[in-house]
Ligand binder design. Structure first.
Ligand code: GTP
Length: 344
């Protein structure tokens, strides 16, 4: 089955990280998330992909090419302008060859088994099946109201907690029949959440929702970006980490130089070519990209450091995303925001 990955958005909430990077290419434990995602989908038997691109499209094209390196095929749907989540699907229509396909928001960090979703879609006769995930606090989201058979009656935007009809929200993963595309106008920006799904429901068309099981997190903000790294190092996402584990909870790439007078507090990831000077304290939950320098007596914890960054000596980097030209610190001191994590 073909899968269409939506990867063209501006990622404004993750700026400046996303100024020169499509959000799905943001590194997750030192690999672009989109690469983890393609591998995860490949492991479920999907090998035919269309990626809908716009913002910084060349970065995606140049990284994946035709997909051969990953053992998949990739075609690109290039939008002339941002067309929104539904407009992007409509624009990809000429590349969608079968009557049924999967759509995935490429910025959703997930480790979900798609087969039950496909099975549900087949057996319910839905035109669209929306993968749903459960959140602890639905008051920040659009939640769904469903019939016992799973048909979606309406979306309720940001309901007060006690009035929410459910705690299930759109997970950004859909199974669609191609006829859905006839309900999306061409040539203008259309949002699938705000326009297309409500329209289909108003028209009485069969839109169903089915809970997906497994890790799920929308990486869209800096605190969630840090939270997902924490979860990755805790082994909750099921990601393959890119380097060997040199000691319990310590992953180190090649060609690193780590002073014997530095301290590593697991979990820690140290990217290839990184230099850690004496007196530095790294961890817990420090992820250092490739070619990073940690100067003497610097401390870094609960942080993601992007490739090529120099962490100045004698400074503390906590709850932060740090790059060569910016640093974003989050407001959250302890446990980072948790949302949408459903245990299998
Ligand atoms: P924010 O600006 O921070 O809201 O991020 P975003 O618009 O990039 O992401 P959003 O969460 O709204 O979109 C969900 C997914 O759809 C992301 O993977 C986006 O890259 C993708 N997306 C959003 N708008 C478009 C679009 O106009 N075209 C394409 N091809 N993809 C889009």
């Amino acid at each position: 089955m073909q899968a269409l990955l939506l990867a063209g958005g501006l990622g404004t909430r993750l700026r400046p990280l996303t100024e020169h990077l499509p959000k799905p290419m943001a590194p997750v434990v030192n690999r672009p998330w989109l690469e983890h995602l393609l591998k995860h989908l490949r492991s479920q038997g999907l090998s035919d992909f269309v990626i809908a691109v716009k913002h910084n499209a060349d970065i995606i094209r140049n990284h994946f090419g035709d997909g051969r390196r990953l053992g998949v095929t990739i075609a690109y749907s290039q939008e002339p302008e941002l067309l929104g989540t539904a407009g992007a699907i409509k624009h990809a229509e000429p590349l969608l060859s079968a009557d049924r396909f999967i759509v995935v928001n490429a910025d959703i960090i997930h480790h979900v088994d798609l087969m039950p979703l496909l099975e549900f879609h087949r057996s319910s006769g839905a035109m669209v099946t929306i993968g749903l995930t459960e959140v602890e606090d639905p008051s920040q989201y659009g939640v769904v109201q469903q019939t016992p058979s799973g048909r979606i009656l309406r979306f309720v935007e940001k309901p007060p907690r006690h009035e929410a009809p459910s705690n299930r929200i759109n997970a950004g993963i859909y199974v669609m029949e191609k006829e859905t595309l006839s309900w999306i106008p061409a040539g203008r920006a259309v949002s699938i959440e705000r326009e297309t799904f409500p329209l289909l429901i108003r028209k009485g068309l069969p839109v169903y929702g089915c809970a997906v099981r497994g890790y799920w997190l929308d990486m869209g903000t800096h605190d969630r970006y840090l939270a997902l790294h924490r979860d990755a190092l805790d082994g909750k996402i099921g990601l393959q980490l890119p380097y060997p584990m040199k000691a319990e909870g310590v992953w180190i790439g090649e060609d690193t130089h780590i002073s014997s007078h530095a301290k590593l507090i697991p979990p820690v990831v140290i990217g290839r070519g990184t230099r850690v000077e004496r007196g530095a304290v790294l961890g817990p939950y420090a992820v250092l990209g490739e070619g990073v320098t940690v100067q003497a007596d610097s401390r870094c914890a609960h942080a993601v450091v992007l490739p090529g960054t120099r962490l100045e000596g004698n400074r503390v980097f906590r709850h932060a995303v740090v790059a060569p030209d910016f640093m974003v610190t989050t407001r959250l001191p302890g446990d980072l925001i948790r949302q949408g994590v459903m245990q299998p």
